[in-house]
Write a protein of this length. Sequence first.
Length: 197
Amino acid sequence: MAKEMPFQVLVRDLPTRRTFHVPTELVGEWLKGLPMRDALGAPEGDPEAGHGVADLELYADGAHAFAAGSFRGELTVACSRCIIPVKLVIDEKVRVTFMPRQEIPDDDAPADAAGEEEGPEVAEEDLDVFPFDGERIDLEPLFREQFVLAIPYAPLCAETCKGLCPQCGIDRNTGSCTCEPPIDPRLAALKGLKIPS
Ligand SMILES: [Zn+2]
Ligand SMILES: [Zn+2]
């Protein structure tokens, strides 16, 4: 990676309006290790990994800084059933706060200690807060999050995707096979039983 930090903005330069481009190499790097990305078997530096553009107003108010605007982009992951590439589109409104690390609730605290009332709502708000040192805003974690959060739990090329045959691996969307579903060995044993009528 280049030593210059293209996603960092000095607080003394605020307020400002900036456009940031996230190149495909970076997207590939960020998504490396995610199962739905690795399943593609894409080469290092895959030009189809994705890209993004953030258009942000950045401003500061005392100890806090803010970013508001939009993030658009796309990324490619594998269909969770047939592993063909699926293009996901990102078109998100961005509104985040940067605050000193010590003001941010401790994410590492064990779930039990955090208290029972902490529902998903609280967790969602946490996503919109990023730490900063009071001097420079680092937008990279924000951009990275846009890509990671864009990936659904089980991406699909189509709702109707038939997936791969678990026995022979054929893509059932484009071919067929004569594999029979395996029979549970316990049921197989029962098959031999004669049920008295
Ligand atoms: Zn599929
Ligand atoms: Zn098969």
